[in-house]
Design a protein around this ligand. Structure first.
Ligand code: PLP
Length: 387
């Protein structure tokens, strides 16, 4: 069946790419050793430093977020180093697995996949580590598998209270450009991010923001590194260049998406996402369903994971919604498969996009035979109308 109108891409990233960004990307590729590229790359490096909230030069990789995770580890650590991770969900677990593949030794503080990284538990683990065996603390800011954000400044305060020298590494792959984030002010050493979520770009770019302390660790770090090597990336970047061929056209898109973010104003962008989260949760609660995140201070402004009631399969619901309404929702990942679906409300969307999304979810739930109060959609509209 041909479906008219635009597909609703309401997964928690990759997010919808604005038309002006798509147009920017479609321009002819230029010489990446020429003056026009130099100007472009210098421009986006500065723009990205502003979005991260750092005065240091950032690193831009032609890779997805996973590459920037690897870059964070191999640029700062040594073989066999111990690191402290907090299990917030699927993505924090993948980061830990990657560390193991690199011969690092992660200690994981277990979590319930419904709350964020607990600053107190991190503080206790660090205080007990009197020999300073942990060389890094790795946390996911917005756990995309659960719709839970972690309180980064409080975790920094816990590291400081324990007087522990570990590097603080934060994954902002699904939060940067959607949720308030301040690399320098919050004392983060390496921030990892990607292009395909809040930055409203296709997948294919990823980033490291780096503190002076991370750069010092880099000087002596002996894990092997080639493609990810900060020394080469930063030296080339200072001249508006890259050590190898960049993905020029996505960088055109980045210039445009930075323009869009700045035109709206980052604070307004963050407020818009908070509002979308509130409206979505109002619908979920009025439907009589449960939001996965159990801690109000950790609700994600980027996505809402919804617990499927007993006896119903979340993947079946997503299939109905895709087939009938041409809308993609996020699946439950790993141990949440089938029991949770995720509504993405990030990037290039407005009140009516969200209203349409929630209307599709409500109709899908009804078609799937889930008993929901149809007042759910109205509860979301009340918030969108009044706030
Ligand atoms: N970390 C988080 C929080 C993510 O949401 C994702 C992807 O969705 C990743 C890491 C992995 O990034 P990528 O798929 O871009 O390699």
């Amino acid at each position: 069946m041909t479906i008219s109108g635009r597909h609703f891409l309401q997964i928690p990233g990759p997010s919808n790419v604005p038309d002006s960004v798509l147009h920017a990307i479609s321009m002819p590729t230029i010489d990446h050793r020429g003056p026009a590229f130099k100007e472009l790359f210098s421009h986006v490096l500065t723009g990205m430093a502003d979005v991260f909230g750092t005065s240091n030069q950032v690193v831009i990789y032609p890779a997805t977020g996973t590459g920037a995770w690897e870059a964070a580890l191999v640029n700062t650590l040594n073989p066999g180093d111990e690191i402290l991770c907090f299990e917030t969900g699927h993505f924090s677990s993948l980061w830990k697995t990657m560390a193991e593949k690199w011969g690092l030794k992660p200690t994981v503080i277990a979590g319930d996949w419904r709350t964020g990284a607990d600053p107190q538990k991190i503080g206790e683990a660090l205080a007990a580590d009197t020999d300073h065996r942990f060389k890094a603390v790795c946390v996911v800011h917005n756990e995309t598998s659960t719709g839970v954000t972690s309180r980064i400044p409080e975790i920094r305060a816990a590291i400081d209270a324990a007087d522990h020298p570990a590097l603080f590494m934060v994954d902002t792959i699904s939060s940067l450009g959607s949720v308030d984030y301040r690399h320098d002010e919050w004392g983060v050493d390496v921030t990892v991010s990607g292009s395909q979520k809040g930055l409203m770009l296709p997948p294919g770019l990823s980033f490291n923001a780096v503190s002076d302390k991370a750069l010092e660790a880099h000087e002596t770090s002996t894990l092997p590194k080639s493609v990810w090597n900060w020394t080469e990336m930063l030296a080339a970047g200072r001249n508006g260049m890259t050590p190898y061929t960049p993905n020029t056209n996505i960088l055109y898109g980045l210039k445009e998406s930075l323009r869009l973010l700045n035109e709206e104003g980052l604070d307004n962008v963050f407020a818009r996402h908070i509002r979308f989260g509130e409206a979505t949760r109002a619908a979920v609660e009025a439907w009589g369903l449960e939001v996965l995140c159990t801690n109000e201070s950790e609700y994600s402004p980027v996505l809402t994971a919804v617990v499927m009631p007993e006896g119903h399969d979340a993947d079946e619901l997503r299939k109905i919604i895709l087939d009938r309404f041409d809308m993609s929702l996020g699946a439950g990942l790993s141990k949440l498969q089938g029991t949770v679906f995720r509504i993405g409300h990030l990037g290039d969307l407005n009140d009516l996009t969200l209203a349409g999304t929630l209307a599709g979810v409500q109709m899908g739930l009804q078609l799937a035979g889930v008993k929901v109060d149809p007042a759910g959609l109205g509860a979301a509209l009340d918030i969108l109308r009044e706030s």
